[in-house]
Design a protein around this ligand. Structure first.
Ligand SMILES: [Zn+2]
Length: 182
């Protein structure tokens, strides 16, 4: 009985994420990133060898497509265990609305914890530890807003300084990226 329910849910996820266009988007991103894609367990698609700079993450999930910078044969079961819940989140969000919702959750997480993942409900539900995130104490929202204003001010000062100082096109250097995944 339980097995039949699981099979049904997996079928719903496969069809749902195809119809809501998230799986086609994932396959397109995997292709653009130069991935080799193969079938995984439970109707998942495993794409390995992602090469584009964005998003900066060792692995991320779009629809039913789990995209990793390494090959999936090398990837740990822990990675699969973390990324698969994101496929259900794409389904729950009816596909593409996942992206702005994830963006809001990331911003909220940063304001509350200073980290993109620790306070992000999508990452909490997928599993912070398996995703390489560390749980962090939350800070008052006011402190987060102050930190954001400070960081924004620093960015503007840097940009302003560079454009006057004549750096290449006045652009700021590539910002340091966090090692956490999506
Ligand atoms: Zn994640």
């Amino acid at each position: 009985m339980r097995r039949r329910l699981e099979t049904t849910l997996i079928g719903v996820r496969r069809v749902g994420n195809w119809v809501n266009l998230s799986t086609p988007l994932g396959l397109g991103i995997a292709k653009a990133g130069g991935c080799r894609t193969k079938s995984g367990p439970r109707g998942l698609r495993l794409a390995g060898g992602y090469r584009l700079a964005f998003p900066y993450a060792p692995a991320f999930t779009v629809g039913n497509v789990l995209i990793s910078r390494t090959e999936w044969s090398d990837a740990s079961p822990k990675l699969l265990a973390h990324e698969e819940p994101h496929t259900w989140q794409w389904l729950m969000c009816a596909g593409l609305p996942f992206l702005p919702l994830y963006g809001v959750a990331t911003a909220w997480s940063w304001l509350r914890t200073g980290d993109r993942g620790a306070g992000n409900v999508f990452e909490q539900r997928a599993g912070l530890a398996t995703g390489g995130y560390r749980a962090r104490p939350s800070r008052p929202l006011v402190a987060g807003i102050r930190a954001a204003a400070w960081a924004g001010g620093g960015w503007i000062r840097k940009r302003w300084g560079r454009s006057r100082g004549g750096g290449p096109n006045g652009r700021a250097d590539v910002r340091p990226a966090s090692a956490a995944d999506a």
